[in-house]
Ligand binder design. Structure first.
Ligand code: NAD
Length: 263
């Protein structure tokens, strides 16, 4: 496997893209994967399926202590850390600016950015030293909304654009020891949820899979809504020391070809 003997921390690993990445990493020979998520049920399932190669860490990515715990688990259980995958996130269900009051905007922005951005930065902060020691890498889940409008509402799109800045700045700051890259999925059938602030804590992006499929198929050249597995190989490639040694500060898009579309 491309990741033989490697150790990863993955946030948002209980479902969707994070879970698919965790499973692919194990298939590629990873020694162990520390899976961070607020969803205890999903983590328990993953741990039951994979035994001692999965180390669940239950908690909220908005707390720095959760990331410290995850890195400690990696060192204690598997003897090191090679890859951090920052991935846990929330969606705004494409709410436009006109759909907010001033106070709802502030509260939603605080919640969404705390999870989607501070959660990534805290993960990076907690993992930096161990990754420098190993000559490892970071991979963050960006989005089609990192480069294009309309994939989310204004807050989600702003936040995912900011992930590009995070990747580029950290790539520079952490070179030459640690590579920092991103993967940019397009519309993907997952249970991606919204903010508590907007009352969307249980609303899921795949609530109507057929409608989602149709909307994404019509919008992208490759004409299908993606599944979590469709993206997992890029996380393997970026984590591979043999195959991506010269890659840093990049976002690999995996969105069905949105940028190839003309009028
Ligand atoms: P998902 O809901 O299946 O997975 C996200 C996971 O993050 C869940 O298990 C959830 O419990 C966890 N999580 C959310 N908030 C958390 C918190 N505060 N603390 C700890 N865990 C938390 O959704 P997904 O689509 O797989 O999302 C993964 C990433 O992919 C997100 O960053 C999302 O923005 C991004 N993304 C998704 C799509 C899509 O269409 N589904 C497209 C582009 C990018």
């Amino acid at each position: 496997g491309w990741l033989a003997g490697q150790v990863a921390v993955i946030t948002g690993a209980a479902s969707g893209i994070g879970r698919a990445v965790a499973e692919r990493y194990l298939e590629e020979g990873a020694l162990g994967v520390v899976c961070v998520d607020a969803d205890r049920g999903g983590l328990d399932e993953l741990a039951r399926e994979h035994g001692s190669r999965v180390e669940p860490v239950i908690g909220d990515v908005r707390d720095h202590a959760v990331h410290e715990r995850a890195v400690e688990r990696a060192l204690a259980s598997y003897g090191g850390l090679d890859v951090l995958v920052g991935n846990a996130g929330l969606f705004d269900f494409r709410r436009p600016l006109r759909g907010y009051t001033a106070s709802a905007l502030a509260a939603t922005m605080d919640e969404l950015f705390a999870v989607n951005l501070r959660g990534y930065l805290y993960a990076a902060m907690a993992a930096r030293e161990a990754l420098e020691a190993a000559g490892g890498c970071m991979i963050f889940t960006a989005s089609v909304a990192s480069f294009h409008a309309g994939g989310g509402g204004v807050l989600y799109t702003m936040g995912k654009h900011a992930v590009v800045g995070l990747v580029r700045q950290l790539a520079l700051e952490l070179a030459p020891r640690v590579r920092v890259n991103g993967v940019g999925p397009g519309g993907t059938l997952t249970g991606l949820r919204g903010t508590q602030t907007l009352g969307h804590g249980d609303r899921q992006i795949d609530a109507d899979p057929r409608a989602f499929d149709e909307r994404v198929s019509a919008a992208v050249p490759l004409a299908f809504a993606q599944r979590p597995r469709d993206h997992a190989g890029l996380y393997v490639l970026l984590a591979s020391r043999d195959n991506a040694r010269a890659v840093t500060g990049e976002i690999f898009m995996s969105d069905g070809g949105v940028a190839a579309r003309s009028i």
